[in-house]
Design a protein around this ligand. Structure first.
Ligand SMILES: Nc1ncnc2c1ncn2[C@@H]1O[C@H](COP(=O)(O)OP(=O)(O)OP(=O)(O)O)[C@@H](O)[C@H]1O
Ligand SMILES: [Mg+2]
Length: 239
């Protein structure tokens, strides 16, 4: 069996900025093989938690630990897609090719992987177009295809459909489901309850920088424990 970098363990994780504590003492274990959704209203600390997990921010206290103590494996085993996709000033195909080259793949091996990735995203016909002229939905599909192409064990997604219309949202959700089916562990944020319903196996519910609930999605939606989560589910918790 290949070694895995999961579970991912947050132990007393805290993050401060400008003298203010924004993430408070977050302890949780994120398992492999499931789709974990960080859910909560605007400003709850979802994006900060994801950035801490992906190593884009350093904890002010506590720790983020990947299994196995192998820094390089942990680094290479994860990819992240942001709400506003980061497109390189190159063609659609070259965006995927560049990500593969960064992982050290030889040019000959990259070509078929790029074609496959673009086909999976329905972008084969626009492979030669500059990535930055694509529509928001196409750019998000490209960002997902690029992340998927490098074969991460864990894919972090920060509000991947927040800027998209319903049709584009559905397409991106289908891609996320396919990436999960293919074996990747999904850890994503959303404030969209419908999306959490459709995609989550597990929920981490955050409010004002604190982890209020961590449970199976079905149990969370059937009976959240905290007053905050109950209010969020009924649309009464706005911040
Ligand atoms: N660098 C920073 N300096 C000061 N405050 C910050 C910084 N980064 C984030 N915050 C604050 O931390 C809180 C949590 O931010 P975060 O982006 O994690 O929220 P979120 O749950 O992702 O919300 P949204 O649904 O709006 O994306 C917010 O109140 C935000 O203003
Ligand atoms: Mg956010």
């Amino acid at each position: 069996m290949t070694a895995t970098i999961l579970p991912l363990v947050f132990d007393g994780l805290c993050f401060d900025a400008r003298g203010e504590r924004l993430i408070h003492d977050l302890t949780a274990t994120l398992r492999g093989g499931v789709r974990t959704i960080l859910l909560g209203p605007n400003g709850a600390g979802k994006s900060l938690t994801l950035r801490l997990a992906h190593g884009l921010l350093r904890p002010s206290a506590g720790s983020v630990c990947w299994t196995g103590n192998r820094a390089q494996a942990a680094r290479e085993g994860q990819a992240m897609v942001f709400q506003r996709p980061v497109m390189l000033r190159r063609s659609v195909a070259a965006n995927v090719d560049y990500a593969l080259a960064l992982r050290g793949l030889a040019r000959a091996a990259r070509r078929s992987l790029v074609d496959e990735a673009l086909a999976r995203a329905g972008l084969g016909d626009v492979a030669g177009r500059p990535a930055r002229v694509l529509s928001a939905g196409e750019q998000q599909r490209l960002a997902l295809a690029r992340a998927w192409a490098v074969g991460p064990e864990v894919l972090f997604l920060d509000e991947p459909t927040a800027n998209l219309d319903p049709a584009a949202t559905r397409t991106v959700e289908e891609m996320i489901a396919a990436i999960h089916e293919a074996g990747a562990t999904i850890i994503m944020t959303t404030h969209d309850l419908g999306q959490a319903h459709r995609l989550a196996d597990e929920i981490l519910f955050l409010h004002r920088g604190r982890l209020m609930e961590h449970m199976a999605a079905a149990a969370f939606f059937a009976g959240p424990q905290s007053a905050e989560a109950k209010a969020f589910l009924t649309g009464d918790l706005l911040w």
